[in-house]
Ligand binder design. Structure first.
Ligand SMILES: *[C@@H]1O[C@H](CO)[C@@H](O)[C@H](O)[C@H]1NC(C)=O
Ligand SMILES: *[C@@H]1O[C@H](CO)[C@@H](O)[C@H](O)[C@H]1NC(C)=O
Length: 398
């Protein structure tokens, strides 16, 4: 249109009657309008196609996004003044580290591992909100034993399987497997997995966390009943009693006692305990079928060392995570298990170093125990020195 106007003034000496002029103008304008429409329309529809290609498998259209954005903007206008004012910068020191610049209402420091749907209302995703979690570290060979164990955990439990043999979808032969959380990392241990995937902020919704081996006989065990007893007796760290006929029995404390619900102390062989309130006579459970309260797990998780994968030494130190330990750590006798003593990760060791795979693993366990004990006593010593306490006056507690 602009070009047309310029041309008219160029050809100033051409006399055109005003009526004709109007006609020409109108015709030209009409033609131009049509021309532009021709150019714009295909482009427009191409753009819309492109946008909808971004979401090929959903119904999300450009219009939907546009509408959502607009209503978002509308909300913003309501809350924000139209004149630009100097809003004070947000800085909340009590927010989690690194998130101080966010308004506290949006900070979401905890998470969960509840599976959700890709559709529907988020508020209606969970028919049941599980309050407990059980994690088994498993190989497919032990599926019978694990399947039997899972049956003992109600729908109030989130089931987590840590796979050390790379076989995961095979477990779908069990109905429950499809609602379980599967984590697969070859040749990795129970405590390696727990340190990485059960961070206290992730499992914060759960009242109790079961971290179990795969070779446990559960005929005389029911998880809901177990939790009732644990609550009743205020146990923050516990394990079911072991059938005295279990393979590889080691500590008197972990053995099932008859006729009682729980026990919190025991008699050991002479000379094994410094006093009757100390491990392994009290304040002590093993690490093969351990059950933690939320708060106890938050502490124990921090004690697990990332490079020490077998967890040896944790049992004697769990007392550091509850107060008083001889009252909050105990063994549940009324719900008991059998330890089958299958060295289930035994075939996961090195085959090439001249020793059997199992022997290679055992050596590492012992080595890790020494490292852990040294780290613990050094850390303790450093702390007390800093506090000006003579560490030689302290009992090591081990
Ligand atoms: C699951 O938890 C709810 C609420 O605590 C309880 O009423 C229900 O009995 C539990 N389910 C089983 C199988 O125990
Ligand atoms: C260590 O214990 C001895 C004797 O029990 C005591 O005299 C001394 O003051 C203690 N030292 C410290 C630094 O607490």
């Amino acid at each position: 249109m602009v070009t047309f106007h310029v041309c008219l003034s160029c050809s100033g000496n051409v006399r055109i009657p005003i009526k004709t002029m109007r006609l020409i103008l109108a015709t030209f304008a009409g033609a131009m309008f049509g021309y532009f429409l021709g150019i714009i329309l295909p482009n427009l529809s191409a753009k819309m196609n492109l946008s909808s290609n971004l979401f090929p498998s959903t119904d999300l259209s450009t219009q939907t996004l546009f509408n959502a954005l607009n209503s978002f903007k509308a909300n913003m206008v309501v809350s924000a003044p139209s004149k630009k004012i100097n809003r004070p910068k947000i800085w909340i020191p009590t927010n989690p580290k690194g998130a101080e610049g966010l308004p506290p209402g949006i900070v979401s420091p905890m998470s969960d591992i509840y599976p959700r749907r890709l559709w529907g209302k988020p508020s209606e995703d969970l028919a049941i909100v599980p309050k407990y979690l059980v994690a088994f570290t498993v190989g497919y060979e032990q599926r019978k034993s694990v399947n039997a164990a899972v049956q003992k955990f109600s729908e109030n439990f989130t089931i987590v399987l840590f796979h050390y043999d790379g076989q995961t979808s095979e477990w779908d032969e069990f109905e429950w497997s499809r609602r379980a959380i599967h984590v697969s990392a070859r040749k990795q241990s129970k405590w390696w997995h727990a340190k990485r995937f059960l961070h206290p902020d992730i499992v914060a919704p759960y009242d109790y966390i079961f971290i179990w081996d795969e070779d446990l006989g559960v005929q005389h065990f029911n998880a809901e009943e177990y939790i009732k007893i644990v609550r009743k007796h205020g146990l923050e760290i516990s394990q079911p009693g072991l059938d005295p006929h279990s393979v590889g029995r080691t500590w008197e404390m972990t053995m099932k006692k008859d006729g009682i619900e729980v026990h919190k102390k025991t008699e050991e062989r002479p000379g094994w305990c410094t006093d009757s309130y100390s491990p392994p006579c009290a304040a002590f459970v093993e690490i093969r079928a351990t059950v933690f309260s939320r708060n106890a797990w938050r502490c124990v998780w921090h004690m697990i060392q990332s490079d020490l994968v077998h967890g040896w030494g944790l049992d004697f130190n769990m007392r550091r995570c509850v107060e008083p330990p001889h009252e909050k750590i105990g063994v549940v006798d009324a719900q008991w298990i059998v330890h089958k003593g299958i060295p289930t990760q035994g075939n996961q060791g090195p085959g090439e170093t001249g020793m059997t795979p199992l022997k290679g693993i055992r050596e590492r366990c012992k080595h890790e125990l020494v490292i852990f004990q040294n780290r613990m006593s050094n850390a303790e010593k450093d702390y007390y020195e800093e506090m000006g306490v003579d560490p030689s006056n302290l009992t090591t507690g081990f």
